[in-house]
Design a protein around this ligand. Structure first.
Ligand code: ZN
Length: 512
């Protein structure tokens, strides 16, 4: 008997099974992906030379909302990750000629009836029934679900693919639907973006820590690891520091825990800084130059509780940490932040930053809607002037030269006015940049396929995401002479280095 079970008990898993259809035995058909009036696949072309039986089943899931966020009056959701476990499939066998003859005599109409109780393939249509309740439903058109039938640990990073049947029913059901052909027993993981579990987080910390003792970076570049505080549920907020330079650069990830790409970025960066995966922990020349000019402070996961819980944007108490960096007095939306009871993660980071100082800040995120890698900054906030605007342009141009996935044309348009910009001062980048009068940027990595270098079946993928993290080295080395330079240094920058005002009117944009 074929069994398909849905579980979400791994870190970041957050989907519950609701119901399923009666399984239907399919005949192979020459018509590719036909659908019924409800838009559900009723037949799916399966090539099975040995006459194995193909079952089709529709499974309805819903994902849980994050803890209610009082300040925004919303239960955020969009990120999902679950495991589908198939058992009972048997290898296909040749059909006995006699059985086929009996089937053909069946005059009940509707074609041959297949009565064998076993199946060698099960075709499952997955339906996330409440997708339209997501925080950013406009992002679903053009999104494709990631899957991996091998596993979710790092040995299978290159096995993630995208399901190109993914569709969002914008007009009617509001469901996100895709069909997967399971040809083997075992697990397939489906995720909005590949999960980065807490086990892998701990492994990242251990790999870097062991290089502090044995790698080239140890003894030369003064590596250190510290817990700068704990989350509400008691997990450490680890910060890895390395380098002998005078400038302090802070790089943080996963304030929004469902933006898992941010921690893959962190892994790419940290592996390069600490020589993880290199013989004897060797580090390259550009990294040495970096560590002679800076001391880096890297926080791979600001929000470990939300990550384990599978939240999109919030911590264990429902706080959107990227709205917790300062008090706000916006009409109808007044609160003090950060606080030990709602956002101790931010409180801890800011305290440590005040002790150490900050000359460069990068906050790494993922974006649901815009299919590009892009930066946003502090446009129209008080710190924004010739100096910061020019540094922003110069830094991004350097990143673009180091990594072909970076572009400057598409991104968030700046706030409409200086007054509007002040509403954003509860966000990390704007707050830190203004607090320390330094260059601060937010990096956004797309959930969708990256339109700069499209690869529909893989998307940006984990390897390119990690490479993006490692190329922060080149971008930081290039901007180093100017971060705290005096005078009108930007007047010597070239035209290519100028800040470009980004637009979100990307080609093919669909508006909900
Ligand atoms: Zn984010």
């Amino acid at each position: 008997m074929v069994k398909v079970s849905i579980t979400a008990t791994h870190d970041g898993g957050n989907v519950e099974f609701v119901s399923h259809s009666e399984p239907v035995v399919l005949t192979t058909t020459p018509d590719d992906d036909r659908r019924n009036d409800d838009g559900v696949y009723t037949e799916y072309i399966i090539f099975h030379p040995n006459g194995g039986r193909v079952l089709h089943i529709i499974i309805h899931d819903e994902y849980f909302a994050d803890v209610h966020t009082e300040l925004e009056n919303v239960g955020h959701m969009q990120y999902f990750s679950f495991r589908s476990f198939v058992s009972g499939l048997v290898p296909p066998e040749p059909q006995p000629a006699a059985a086929a003859a009996v089937d053909d005599d069946d005059d009940a109409g509707g074609g041959p009836t297949i009565v064998v109780p076993s199946a060698s393939v099960v075709v499952v249509t997955y339906v996330i029934a409440n997708a339209s309740d997501a925080s950013f439903p406009d992002a679903w058109p053009g999104s494709t679900v990631c899957y991996n039938s091998h596993g979710i640990d790092s040995s299978y990073d290159d096995r993630w693919r995208r399901n190109l049947t993914t569709e969002y029913d914008v007009d009617d059901s509001g469901a996100l639907t895709w069909t997967h052909v399971h040809e083997m027993n075992g697990s397939t993981y489906f995720s909005y973006w590949p999960p980065y579990g807490y086990d892998r987080h701990l492994r990242l910390i251990s790999d870097c820590t062991s290089r502090m003792r044995s790698g080239r970076v140890g003894g030369t570049y003064n590596p250190a690891i510290e817990s700068i505080g704990t989350s509400l549920d008691g997990r450490e907020i680890e910060c890895l520091s390395v380098g002998n330079g005078k400038l302090n650069a802070w790089i943080q990830h996963r304030q929004h825990p469902g933006e898992t790409m941010a921690e893959f970025f962190a892994e790419g960066l940290l592996h390069r800084l600490f020589g993880v995966g290199e013989e004897n922990g060797d580090i390259d020349d550009a990294t040495r130059t970096l560590l002679e000019g800076y001391r880096l402070h890297v926080i791979p996961n600001v929000n470990p509780d939300g990550s384990v819980l599978g939240h999109l944007r919030t911590n264990a108490a429902g706080a959107n940490l990227n709205r917790e960096w300062a008090d706000t007095n916006v009409e109808g939306y007044q609160y003090a932040a950060p606080t030990s009871h709602r956002s101790p993660e931010v409180l801890a980071i800011l305290r440590r930053m005040d002790e150490i100082g900050c000359d460069f800040f990068l906050d790494v995120h993922g974006d649901e809607t815009i299919p590009y890698v892009f930066f946003s900054g502090c446009a129209k906030t008080p710190v924004w002037g010739d100096r910061i605007r020019s540094l922003h342009g110069y830094f991004v141009e350097g990143y673009k030269r180091a990594n072909p996935d970076v572009q400057k044309v598409y991104g968030y348009p700046p706030p409409l006015s200086e007054e509007n910009a002040l509403d954003g001062m509860t966000r990390a980048t704007k707050h830190v940049s203004n607090r320390f009068n330094c260059l601060g940027l937010t990096l956004e990595i797309p959930y969708k396929d990256c339109a700069t270098n499209p690869d529909p079946e893989v998307g940006l993928g984990l390897e390119r995401c990690k490479r993006l993290g490692s190329n922060l080295v080149e971008a930081l080395v290039r901007v180093h002479p100017y971060l705290r330079a005096e005078g009108d240094f930007w007047k010597a920058f070239s035209e290519e280095d100028e800040y470009i005002v980004p637009t979100d009117r990307f080609p093919g944009r669909q508006r909900g």
